[in-house]
Design a protein around this ligand. Sequence first.
Ligand SMILES: Nc1ncnc2c1ncn2[C@@H]1O[C@H](COP(=O)(O)OP(=O)(O)OP(=O)(O)O)[C@@H](O)[C@H]1O
Ligand SMILES: [Mg+2]
Length: 414
Amino acid sequence: MTSVVLVAFLVPLGLLARTLAQERALDAGQRDAQSVAVFAGGAAQDHAQLEAAILAVDSGPRQTTVFLPDHSIVGAPATRSPAAGLAALGRALTARTEGGVEILLPVGGSTGVAVVRTFVPDSELTAGVRKSWLILAGVGAILLVGTVLAGDRIAGRLARSVRNLSRVAERLGAGELTARVEPSGPPEVASVGRVLNGLGARVAGLLATERELVADLSHRLRTPITALRLDVEILAEQQERDRMTSHVDELVRAVDAIIWTARHPLHDVPAAQCDAATVVRERARFWGVLAADKGRDLRVDVPDAALTVGVSAEELGAALDVLVDNVFSHTPDRTAFALAVRAHDDETIHVVVEDDGPGFVTDRAADRGHSGAGSTGLGLDVARRMAEQVSGRLLLESSADGGARVVLELPATP
Ligand SMILES: Nc1ncnc2c1ncn2[C@@H]1O[C@H](COP(=O)(O)OP(=O)(O)OP(=O)(O)O)[C@@H](O)[C@H]1O
Ligand SMILES: [Mg+2]
């Protein structure tokens, strides 16, 4: 933009300088010719006087000649050009000739018309033009460099502010709700920064409120659990009382875990890991009692070696419970089922829950909120999200007998 403006101003200035130099040289030539013309008229042209007049004016590169009517020439040697012939008819003119311009001035006298010719060479016509162009080019270059530096600084400040904005927006988008931007740059950009900060604070506030609400709601479960515990404590049969007490303890632990999880944002949860084999073995023991009650055969296939995965034992246990709960809810009593865990390859571990029931009847089984049994339809989605949290997957397949097979594919942790 600056170069366009500079060209628009400097080129006309340069042309003007050239025109001025030409006019100055032609004016000087005109003056020379007129000074000599004073002596070229008159009845008796005195050659000596003319020579003296010519010598007086011919100081620079200009040369003055007088063509007298008697065809003699006084002053600098020159040939009588056609333009000089034209001037002899009584017309003053300026004509281009080889190497410059000739100014021709007719002077009438008693013996005829004398023509005074002053030759202005090209070197004088363009004197100082080159210097003017160089000065203009220098000024243009300084202005250009100045504006480039100033423009770069201004654009740099703007780019820095916008980059900060985009970095903070990315961090907010990635869930880091404490990220804030230092509003800077032009007022519009600074105002976007302030709005972004407000947005971050608002989203963080809303999420905190939601989490506290979930915690409050879960906390309400404590009252019926306490009532249940009191009922269990007065059970007469010792074995039954112990079994029920352990179930109630489990329930209390689950509610506490829900309240804790609800009150802590995801990124506050410390990275955890557990031995999947131990968790599956422990859950198999828990569900084995109920399976026996319902006449279900439970097969457990767990290796002795530890298979470490990057989730906490509580989370993996909760996901397994969801899957086993589905077996109990969606297959008829006495249907056998199996729990297994194995290293699929060096990098993945498969935790499998499969049954001999009717299998999945819908493709949308894993969709959140979709239940084929009029329930909440959250179970499989909870398990899927647990797997995806550690870059794993939930696979819904068919077992060899056509029953349902659900595989939690989790990355192995070294
Ligand atoms: N072992 C299984 N055998 C046959 N169908 C199953 C089995 N497990 C899940 N399904 C089907 O997948 C659907 C979704 O299961 P999901 O656990 O997500 O929800 P739900 O069990 O219906 O409800 P919720 O678990 O929230 O009480 C079930 O409604 C059922 O139709
Ligand atoms: Mg379910």
